[in-house]
Design a protein around this ligand. Structure first.
Ligand SMILES: [Zn+2]
Length: 265
């Protein structure tokens, strides 16, 4: 039976445009810190909007668009279709779509630049408060309690990561001193980026108390597990060094996976 509801075109089209938006923000915001004209990553020639939005190659040097661009288009469109058919019980369809766009932008920028931008954290805090209040006021049948749970979650997420961040800074300082003593230059590696603290606050607002607890735990376990597997792989290949334990773990994406799991699945 070949029956296809035409309404499926709605998430397909919306998802494709959402992907374009995620790509655009991820392309320009980390470099210019504003909504500027996109340029070719190879030769810096500005794209015309038509070329950019049609995902055409650069007219100047012929460099085709990045693999990430296509991955984002496909993954965003696919997730829009999936959550159209099986909407998040906590968020519903429209709010779910906005959260997917937000998570997409944060994830791409964090993976490519190891960076969580302050403006995206501010926008995220606003979105987080709306989402958290929405979820918890439906559970508690009270807008005030909903807002309280959201704020409490934000405070908890921010607080826990702030303490961990301070601890990470101590470790980094100890390591820098050790490297200086050994005559090596300090590489200013941070165990936990400061942006992760803001991100945990945003996700805390979004999930509210007590759900943020599960998301952080899930994120830390997942991040730890993958780092552990990575170290094992290096030990097996005899390329382990004691410095490895100190290498940067970008927790951002793992927290987002944790929050995504709680919100959508
Ligand atoms: Zn070019």
């Amino acid at each position: 039976m070949v029956m296809m509801d035409v309404t499926i075109l709605i998430p397909l089209v919306l998802g494709w445009f959402a992907g374009l938006f995620i790509n655009y923000v991820s392309d320009v915001l980390p470099l210019t810190r504003r909504f500027s004209q996109p340029v070719c990553t190879e030769c810096q020639t500005p794209f015309s909007w038509a070329d950019y939005l049609m995902l055409r190659a650069c007219r100047n040097c012929g460099k085709s668009r990045s693999l990430r661009t296509w991955l984002v288009q496909i993954l965003t469109t696919a997730s829009f279709v999936y959550f159209w058919l099986f909407p998040s019980k906590a968020l519903g369809i429209p709010l779910g779509m906005i959260v997917i766009i937000y998570f997409g932008i944060i994830t791409v920028i964090d993976l490519e630049h190891r960076l969580i931008l302050f403006p995206t954290s501010i926008v995220g805090a606003g979105l987080g408060l709306i989402v958290g209040t929405y979820i918890h006021s439906r559970i508690n049948h009270s807008l005030v309690i909903g807002a309280e749970k959201s704020l409490l979650g934000g405070l908890f997420g921010f607080g826990v990561m702030f303490v961990l961040y301070q601890f990470g800074t101590l470790v980094a300082r100890f390591r820098a001193r050790k490297m200086q003593a050994a005559g090596q230059a300090d590489d200013e590696e941070e165990a936990l980026g400061g942006g992760d603290v803001y991100l945990a606050g945003v996700l805390g607002l979004m999930l509210g108390w007590p759900f943020i607890w599960d998301a952080i735990l899930l994120g830390v376990l997942l991040g730890g597990l993958i780092s552990f597997l990575f170290i094992i792989a290096l030990v097996v290949r005899r390329r382990y060094s004691s410095d490895l334990l100190m290498t940067f773990i970008p927790y951002g994406p793992y927290f987002i996976i944790g929050a995504f799991y709680k919100l959508f699945l």
